[in-house]
Design a protein around this ligand. Structure first.
Ligand code: HEC
Length: 114
């Protein structure tokens, strides 16, 4: 009887350790920033700083995201470009959530201030 209780205790401890590990993982996702998203998903074409000075950038004539041409677009237009794609720019609506796209738009605005 005591042995069983002990075993059960171990099991419960194991489960709570897993549950804790899962919970502890959640803030890592919340810390995802526009910058980390951009570096992970967009930098191979747009360059880490968004200037588009990459091999792909030259080839595809990617606009500098700091440029007035891009910055004059509204947040809505930027979101649509990211979600639906534009010409050779791939569509991201299936890969990114609305929140992630919002963060990317904010990051593109931040770039222009640098
Ligand atoms: C395969 C290369 C590639 C990747 C990856 C890529 N882009 Fe683009 N992007 C382009 C090209 C090419 C254009 C120019 C499209 C055009 O002809 O107007 C562009 C244009 C843009 C524009 C300007 C849109 C406009 O209306 O002028 C924004 C904003 C943008 N990309 C954001 C992003 C973001 C954010 C990501 C990551 C989620 C991303 N791009 C990933 C190739 C890429």
């Amino acid at each position: 009887m005591t042995k069983t209780t002990y075993g059960l205790g171990r099991l419960m401890l194991g489960i709570s350790t897993i549950a804790f590990a899962l919970l502890a993982n959640t803030p890592a996702r919340a810390q995802e920033t526009g910058e980390s998203l951009f570096k992970g998903k967009c930098a191979m074409c747009h360059g880490p700083d968004g200037a588009g000075k990459t091999m792909m950038g030259e080839k595809l004539k990617i606009p500098d995201l700091h440029s007035a041409d891009v910055q004059k677009l509204t947040d809505g237009e930027l979101k649509t470009a990211i979600a639906k794609g534009k010409d050779k720019m791939p569509a991201y609506e299936a890969k990114l959530s609305k929140e992630q796209i919002d963060k990317l738009v904010a990051y593109i605005r931040d770039l222009a201030k640098k």
